[in-house]
Design a binder for this molecule. Structure first.
Ligand code: BES
Ligand code: MN
Ligand code: ZN
Length: 498
């Protein structure tokens, strides 16, 4: 079928074999998903029958438990043609959903990608709905790519061919596009900050746009000045790398105004600026453009899938540094909207950048705006590493984002936006200040700041400071960038097209 680029310079072909059977599939390895209840009625039962009951005996002996994240390889299983069968646990059968399957397929792929393999087959259950199969396929692509960009000796090697057996071809193609989108976002986030800076991000975006048939506009510093984007320019002033704003457009619906605007925080490195971060907190701050990478990858995937809806994406790209021209505490910036911002902390830079990006997007008159940003450490304090924070001015808009995230197995949780929090960002000298009073409720005061720039358009802010970057490996990933919010944003666009 089609070949999808899953990391720079390397390709895996993803193929569907709808009529194929697990036991008769020739491959270097065959992945079979197993529930805690045992072989059941699906693929595991087929493989068990072919092997003369061996699988059921191993399950009864406790060698195969079907627990989540368990990966047990059996080399040479009688009656099964593949050279190796990898049993991959999915937990309780009635708890299997898109997220469980994304992570299970990624876990299996990660295990097998530890050495080069030319053909790996995954056996889909015919009982899975297309929505589950798609996410499993996406997971298989995510799992075979690690954080090897800058390593001579790779820890993961993408399979030559990935075959999904007993799987609908259209769902496999959609899943492969989703997996490629997730890996695109991950690659950009994992790139070193010296390599990925505002202009090089914009060039990556231009290459992606050309590949996927998106319209693109890149605003350089002169254009940003002409467009009165003083907030973006202020944050960028401390860096030798000038800021950029990337605008992408997918015209799938033929409407006048976009149904959806995707906005991303693209701080390619966040030193904190003059409110300098301590060294330990700065180490992973190449991830501060994860929202921008997610929105770029999402709109590219939306275009690849030809989803019939009009979408625009806008990414504000800056490097937050301490150079001689750096913006200062006490500075008052007139943002593009005319709102004046008093700077109390240069490390609260994401909201300042997004102030102008949101205003640009507001001018395009979208029906709704969703932004993704690694905005606050406070959101990680509230929700931990695995859950993104949701904040909204419109409950329907937020419900649609939450439903899309849940449908693909990403975790989100809404936090309150009561008007009382607005008092915390009142300034003595300007319209607003860029931090709250003290650190309590810091994720909410940041969202309240953003709300000032959406002009009443239905809007949801997704704070991905926790889920964007995995500092430690997990069973389904080597760690580093996760590509979170790519699949939910594509799902949201699909739900708007329905
Ligand atoms: N990029 C950070 C938030 C962040 C922290 C993302 C950890 C990912 C992991 C953001 O720009 C920031 O520095 N926020 C400050 C805001 C504070 C100064 C009001 C924070 O959270 O400490
Ligand atoms: Mn910061
Ligand atoms: Zn930041």
């Amino acid at each position: 079928m089609a070949a999808f680029d899953v990391r720079s310079g390397e390709k895996t072909s993803v193929v569907a074999d709808p009529a194929g059977r697990a036991e008769t599939t020739a491959a270097d390895a065959l992945v079979v998903f197993l529930a805690e209840e045992g072989v059941g009625h699906g693929v595991a039962a087929d493989v068990d029958r072919a092997s003369g009951g061996l699988v059921a005996r191993l399950a009864a002996a406790g060698e195969l438990t079907g627990r989540r994240n368990e990966c047990v390889p059996l080399f040479v299983l009688p009656g099964v043609q593949a050279a190796q069968v990898l049993f991959c646990g999915v937990g309780k059968a009635d708890r299997v959903d898109a997220g469980v399957l994304f992570r299970a397929a990624a876990t299996a792929a990660r295990h097998l990608a530890g050495r080069p393999r030319s053909t790996v087959a995954f056996a889909a259950e015919r009982s899975w709905p297309a929505a589950h199969l798609e996410q499993a396929v996406a997971g298989s692509l995510a799992g075979m790519v690690g954080q090897d960009l800058h390593r001579a000796e790779k820890r993961r090697t993408a399979f030559g061919t990935t075959t999904w057996v007993g799987a609908d071809a259209a769902a496999v193609a959609t899943g492969a596009a989703l997996g490629a989108g997730v890996n695109l976002a991950r690659r950009l986030v994992n790139m070193s900050p010296d390599e990925l800076y505002p202009d090089s991000f914009a060039q990556e975006a231009a290459a992606v746009a050309a590949r996927s048939g998106l319209e693109i506009e890149v605003w350089d510093e002169e254009r940003l000045a002409r467009e009165r984007c003083a907030a973006i320019l202020a944050v960028g002033r401390g860096s030798s790398r000038p800021p950029r704003l990337v605008l992408l457009r997918h015209r799938g619906g033929g409407g006048a105004a976009p149904a959806l605007a995707l906005v991303g925080k693209g701080v390619t490195f966040d030193s904190g600026g003059l409110s300098l971060k301590p060294s330990e907190s700065m180490l992973t701050m190449k991830c501060d453009m994860a929202g921008g990478a997610a929105m770029l990858a999402a709109i590219a995937t939306i275009a690849t899938l030809k989803i019939p809806v009009d979408v625009v994406a806008a990414i504000g790209l800056v490097e937050n540094m301490t150079g001689p021209a750096a913006y200062k505490l006490g500075d008052v910036i007139t943002a593009r909207s005319g709102t004046t911002i008093e700077i109390h902390n240069t490390d609260a830079e994401g909201r300042v950048v997004l102030a102008d990006v949101l205003d640009v997007v507001r001018g395009l008159g979208p029906a709704r705006i969703v932004d993704a940003a690694t905005l606050t450490g406070a959101c990680m304090v509230a929700l931990g590493h695995d859950v993104a924070g949701l904040f909204t001015n419109d409950q329907n808009c937020c419900d649609a984002v939450a439903a899309a995230a849940r449908a693909v197995g990403e975790r989100v949780w809404q936090l309150p936006m009561d008007p009382e929090y607005d008092e915390q960002i009142a300034s003595d000298v300007a319209d607003i200040k860029n931090v709250g009073d003290g650190r309590w409720g810091g994720a909410i005061t940041a969202a309240k700041f953003l709300e000032r720039f959406v002009g009443g358009i239905p809007w949801t802010h997704v704070d991905i400071a926790g889920p964007a970057f995995a500092e430690k490996p997990r069973p389904w990933t080597d760690g580093g960038a996760t590509g979170c919010m790519v699949r939910p944003m594509v799902e949201l666009a699909r739900s708007l097209a329905r």
